[in-house]
Ligand binder design. Structure first.
Ligand code: GLU
Length: 473
């Protein structure tokens, strides 16, 4: 008896009236084993090193609906994913997989949960190809075993002059980064993958869409999976109906960068209109935790634009946008209470500074604590490890700032402990806060001078100037 059959027979002892199915095995063992890819559109470790990602969110709810725990395991190539499912090492794959003709000879798919387009990607400034004829002879690289390779093969049937290379053990994110760096000319990505990576690879552009829409779905082994697949289809129909599927997609793709970007002018307007209500709390909380109050206020602005009722699709909320886990850790019952939010965030920031090594000096210590506040302490630690791997100094912010975005590239994140992170976000986050804090310092210094002419005394203004140059960008 083969391994799969044996496992199934054991799961089924005395209980299955029909042929055994993986669903019986899942229920008997109380565990759904799912293979996936470690990438921003599937699965990665989030801020508090909790697992996250669109496929993860979906499949975790599926496991919940079956009343079992989820055992999610990343694999580092598409072939490894498919064989894990086909050989019975996993019950299913949830990895942004397209339903393709070729795959259907080996796997069964659930109903789709998302539609995407395959897009040919080039680097801005290198000339946009507009048709298949224009890419003959160009250096096109795609992942082996991907739906993208399959599409190119189909196109080649009509256009024999089309050529490309296929590589393994990389993620589509790596190929997009190589296009941005100019080391390869063209690649193909799903539209959702392109959208997420475009956030930190501003040079990449879509040349044109290849063929028709693709449907992403869960994949199962061809044998013994009928009931498990039916169960997954029912689950997907339910989450589609009750809006949970749309919420998951909004969480990862609905991002508009609204919280990251705001013009200086509206900031100044908000300093007048919104800040006064919170200013004393920022001052007090900062003083208690040995922080600069303007920096703390800048964090609040970056997080919520000083709106105490702010909520993000990822479930962070309140003026300092605390996650539920952070609020629990800080013992904050109501994240929307602005005073608790501000005092909690100040304590948290001070605590992050304490947890970082003593060898990091100010202001770098503050920037790194802020980056950790945004991306998570352990991901920041990984970025510092990358700096060390390259022979740099991990105590210097400008070096860590270069390393953080590498956490989104497999070549790097596969070498550190906590894996993939949206590493470009903390960089933008810290830089925004630095700008807000310095504008605020400038504005408040002006105003204090206006109220108190003694502040013009050079002796008195020296500390303020020194502080400004110490922390300003
Ligand atoms: N939807 C693509 C596929 O199924 C994703 C592949 C990838 O980006 O690795 O092949």
């Amino acid at each position: 008896m083969g391994r799969v059959a044996l496992l199934l027979a054991v799961a089924c002892l005395g209980t299955c009236s029909e042929a055994p199915d993986w669903l019986d095995h899942v229920k008997a063992t109380g565990k759904l084993v799912v293979v996936t890819r470690n990438s921003p559109t599937t699965y990665y470790l989030g801020h508090d090193t909790e697992p996250t990602g669109p496929d993860y969110d979906l499949v975790r709810r599926f496991a919940d609906s079956l009343g079992v725990t989820l055992d999610i395991q990343p694999r580092d190539s598409l072939e490894a994913l498919f064989s894990a499912v086909a050989n019975g090492d996993a019950h299913m794959a949830a990895a942004g997989l397209s339903i393709t003709d070729r795959r259907q000879s080996r796997l069964t798919f659930s109903e789709p949960y998302q539609q995407v387009r395959q897009q040919l990607v080039y680097k801005l400034g290198t000339g946009r190809p507009r048709s298949v004829e224009e890419i003959f002879g160009r250096d096109i690289v795609v992942l082996r075993g991907s739906s993208h390779a399959e599409t190119l093969r189909q196109i080649k049937a009509d256009h024999p002059r089309l050529t490309w290379r296929e590589v393994d053990r990389k993620e589509v994110g790596d190929l997009l980064a190589e296009v941005a760096a100019g080391s390869i000319e063209l690649t193909v990505a799903d539209s959702n993958e392109f959208d997420v990576h475009r956030n930190f690879l501003p040079e990449i552009r879509v040349a044109f869409d290849l063929g028709v829409d693709d449907a992403l779905a869960f994949a199962f082994a061809k044998d013994h999976s009928r009931n498990l697949t039916t169960e997954a289809d029912r689950f997907l129909a339910r989450v589609r109906r009750d809006g949970r599927l749309a919420r998951i997609q909004d969480r990862y793709y609905g991002h508009t960068d609204e919280l990251d970007y705001v013009g200086t002018r509206s900031f100044i307007r908000h300093v007048d209109k919104r800040l006064p209500k919170y200013q004393d709390w920022f001052r007090e909380a900062a003083a208690q935790n040995e922080l600069d109050w303007r920096l703390l206020a800048a964090v609040g602005y970056q997080e919520s634009h000083w709106r105490e009722r702010a909520v993000s699709p990822t479930g962070v909320r309140g003026i300092m946008m605390l996650t539920e886990a952070t609020a629990d850790y800080l013992d904050i019952a109501d994240r929307e209470d602005p005073r608790s939010s501000i005092f909690g965030a100040a304590r948290f920031l001070a605590r992050l500074k304490e947890r970082l090594p003593d060898t990091i000096r100010e202001p770098d210590l503050t920037w790194m604590a802020l980056a950790a506040y945004n991306v998570g302490f352990y991901h920041l630690r990984d970025a510092r490890a990358i700096v060390e791997l390259g022979g740099g100094n991990p105590d210097v912010w400008i070096e860590v700032r270069e390393a953080l975005p590498l956490l989104a590239q497999k070549k790097w994140y596969s070498r550190v402990k906590y894996g993939y992170a949206r590493g470009w976000e903390p960089v933008r986050y810290v830089e925004n806060i630095r700008s807000y804090a310095s504008i605020l310092r400038w504005l408040t210094a002006e105003r204090e001078r206006a109220i108190d002419p003694a502040a013009d005394d050079p002796k008195l203004s020296v500390p303020a100037a020194a502080e400004l140059s110490d922390v300003a960008p």
